[in-house]
Design a protein around this ligand. Structure first.
Ligand code: ZN
Length: 310
């Protein structure tokens, strides 16, 4: 009996000691070190760096040229997610092969889809009539401003001591995004209405088309996981020929085979379509280049589209 009592006291002391340690570890992480954040696509990493500034250390899982629809987390990725204090991902099934991992992580730590505050009536449906939504929200810069506010609010929630910094940083970034939004609107409007059609390999640009007033046609469905068929190729080819569309576009994270088939098909029908250049759709450019940032990527796309179609 005495042994049991002794054991109980020891047990309580141990618990107090362990939880005490846990608290101080968390405090030191918040105040001395940086908040460890892991993101999926580079565009989200960009937001977190801009808003978090000196208070965050951000790891992005998906590098330049990587297709998020097909991306499977490696063992190293799982470790980076395990180590993070906060995880930010896009959501809306963009990271289709990682959904279960996020569910698991959400039980342990702050795991946030940056699309969560965009109201449902602002989201595009899938073309195939299922209940899902088009995940490519970053191509409406206004939606990306909403995502920026979501990141800001989550950082403030996690680390209220630096609330003012997060607010100031977010305000500055949002101002740049508002300028970018205006830039895209003005530039796209300068393309003659008749040829204001954006043809790409997969439907990443639906939000872009809605926001900036350009018709968008893709060969694949919304996800690159869906295959295109010969019927899609011939339909798109006939459309190009009939409307004398001058250019189609490659995408950095999608194989070039599909769009080449359409260009070849149009040529056989006597209409020369040029490749208008490469657009960044689901991944940004190489780190250290202008296109390696979200703003640079959108500007590159707008300029490439306008130069080829105008
Ligand atoms: Zn996509």
């Amino acid at each position: 009996m005495r042994h049991l009592k002794y054991f109980c006291i020891l047990f309580v002391i141990t618990i107090v000691f362990i939880s005490g340690c846990g608290n101080s570890a968390k405090t030191s992480k918040q105040h001395e070190g940086k908040i460890q954040i892991t993101t999926t696509i580079g565009m989200i990493k960009d937001i977190v760096n801009e808003v978090g500034g000196e208070h965050v250390a951000v790891v992005g899982l998906m590098k330049s040229g990587v297709d998020p629809h097909l991306y499977k987390a490696s063992q190293g990725d799982i470790q980076k997610l395990e180590k993070a204090n906060i995880i930010f991902y896009n959501g809306l099934h963009l990271e289709g092969k990682m959904i279960d991992i996020f569910k698991k992580m959400a039980k342990k730590k702050t795991t946030i889809a940056v699309s969560k505050d965009i109201s449902e009536d602002q989201l595009r449906g899938w073309d195939d009539g299922t209940e899902g939504h088009d995940p490519h929200i970053w191509f409406n810069v206004k939606h990306w401003i909403t995502a920026t506010k979501t990141v800001r609010d989550e950082l403030i929630k996690y680390d209220p001591d630096h609330k003012e910094d997060y607010q100031t940083n977010a305000d500055a970034y949002i101002k740049k995004l508002e300028e970018l939004d205006q830039y895209a609107e003005d530039k796209i409007a300068s393309i003659p209405e008749q040829t204001r059609v954006l043809v790409t390999a997969h439907d990443a640009f639906g939000y872009f088309g809605d926001r900036y007033g350009i018709e968008v046609m893709g060969l694949q469905g919304i996800s690159t996981a869906s295959e295109y068929g010969s019927k899609d190729v011939s339909e798109l080819r006939d459309f190009l020929v009939a409307n004398k569309i001058k250019a189609v576009f490659m995408e950095s994270s999608v194989p070039k085979k599909a769009i080449n088939a359409v260009v070849e098909g149009a040529k056989k029908k006597g209409h020369n379509v040029k490749i208008g250049g490469e657009l960044f759709s689901d991944a940004m450019g190489e780190e250290g280049t202008p296109e390696g940032t979200y703003i640079g990527m959108v500007r590159h796309n707008v300029d490439t589209i306008v130069d080829a179609l105008k």
